[in-house]
Design a protein around this ligand. Structure first.
Ligand SMILES: Cc1cc2nc3c(=O)[nH]c(=O)nc-3n(C[C@H](O)[C@H](O)[C@H](O)COP(=O)(O)OP(=O)(O)OC[C@H]3O[C@@H](n4cnc5c(N)ncnc54)[C@H](O)[C@@H]3O)c2cc1C
Length: 386
């Protein structure tokens, strides 16, 4: 009998745990440990923000993994000992024959400071009700004077590259429905030179035109240096912008428990083999946002689609290490959804590992792809949690 540990209950961890369960024998044990009991896809937060659908409808409890014979432990992991293949947690210590680390990403301390002083975190489910209330207040304030709502990408890389721009389009639509869009100056700032560097100049141009058509101003090469308590954003290029409401998109940072482990490489991230997701420790693999996977022009996007694919590959290879069987390799193919007004979706899709640059193209937005995005979510919720 073998026992494997999966650290993290997001896309990477849940996909890995199911794959291990499928490949290992019935008497082998799969234990998944996660601090948060819930699972939902990232874009469900934007649907909550835009009143498209309540977040609760797309949320599942990790406890239902037990129905799939995956043992679930709701605990905080406080230390990872890669040499011993063991972890310390708030529910005690666990040792196993193999391990998959899929602990996601957190954000830098500086960005946490901004969130503590009035900037709303667009990426936090807990912050969404406050953000919606503040949006309404900003729009009402705008009855006498124009309000300025700024969605500010605070650093890169950040999760799901199109999401901040999707958030701007969702806020635009939300304000239009409340007939107060004309009183709000809606701005997105990014430190990057174009909107979607990972997708290339054509896709970035397309997205910029979509935003322009909706009256959303985009400030590229605007790196946030500081945000004053009165809402003045100071950019690295010397410019300043005062926001009545600032919604920040934090940069991604490695979870402290990963950064302080033997697995940590550049900047505290885990750098596994980009095709097998093996780490330098035997029978220890890493998948998802806690990894840094270089590509020809940057790095693999931090997105659920990739975390899931990596989790499956890592699990297949760990099962092969433990009980034999086929191995798997990730070939770099993947996609990102780009949701546009009118319930349409475009996809940025292709080979992110291509040389000398990722070979990705943007598909034309249509309603069928929006339906495919909905289906993508519902399939995972039912296969993984029912
Ligand atoms: C607004 C928004 C929209 C998005 N839209 C998309 C999209 O359209 N398509 C797409 O592919 N991706 C999208 N994403 C990105 C996607 O959600 C993430 O990339 C994905 O969740 C990463 O999966 P993961 O398994 O690596 O990490 P996570 O999903 O973050 O999971 C990490 C897990 O580790 C656990 N954990 C962390 N630290 C500890 C600890 N110390 N102890 C115990 N447990 C711990 C957490 O509780 C969690 O269970 C979006 C993200 C956001 C914020």
């Amino acid at each position: 009998m073998v026992h494997v540990l999966v650290l993290g209950g997001g896309f990477g961890g849940v996909a890995a745990a199911h794959q291990l369960r499928n490949l290992l024998s019935a008497d082998d044990e799969v234990t998944l440990i996660a601090a948060s009991d819930t699972f939902f896809v990232g874009f469900a937060k934007l649907w909550e923000l835009g009143d498209v659908r309540p977040l609760a409808e797309g949320t599942r409890s990790l406890s239902s993994l037990e129905n799939h014979r995956i043992r679930y432990v709701n605990a905080e992991i406080t230390a990872i000992d890669a040499s011993a293949c063991s972890v310390e947690t708030s529910a005690g210590a666990f040792t196993a024959d193999g391990m998959i680390v899929a602990l996601g990403a957190t954000h830098p301390a500086k960005h946490a400071t901004f969130f503590g002083t009035g900037v709303h975190n667009v990426y936090s489910a807990q912050a969404l009700p406050g953000l919606k209330q503040a949006l309404l207040a900003a729009a009402e304030t705008g009855a006498d004077e124009n309000a300025t709502v700024v969605i500010s990408i605070l650093g890169a890389p950040y999760l799901c590259p199109p999401a901040p721009f999707e958030a701007a389009l969702i806020v635009d639509e939300w304000l239009r429905q409340r007939e107060c869009r004309d009183r709000v100056d809606l701005v997105v700032s990014t430190p990057q030179p174009i909107t979607l560097p990972v997708a290339g100049p054509d896709a970035s141009h397309f997205l910029s035109e979509q935003l322009k058509a909706r009256g959303v101003r985009v400030l590229t090469e605007h790196k946030v240096e500081d945000i004053d308590s009165d809402g003045t954003i100071r950019f690295g290029n010397g410019e300043e912008l005062r926001g009545s409401l600032i919604a920040g998109v934090p940069a991604a940072a490695p979870p402290p428990v990963v950064a302080s482990s033997q697995l940590a490489a550049d900047g505290g991230w885990i750098k596994p083999d980009p095709r097998t997701f093996a780490t330098s420790f035997d029978r220890i693999y890493a998948a998802g946002d806690c990894t840094l996977v270089p590509t020809a022009n940057a790095q693999l996007p931090k997105a659920g689609v990739f975390a899931e694919a990596e989790g499956r590959v890592a699990a297949t290879n760990l099962a092969a290490d433990l009980i034999g069987g086929s191995r798997a390799e990730f070939d770099g193919h993947g996609y990102c959804f780009l949701e546009l007004p009118g319930r349409k979706v475009a996809r940025v899709e292709g080979n992110f590992y291509a040389e000398p640059r990722p070979d990705v193209v943007l598909s034309a937005p249509d309603a069928a792809s929006f339906a495919a995005k909905q289906q993508w979510e519902s399939q995972r919720l039912s296969e993984w949690f029912e």
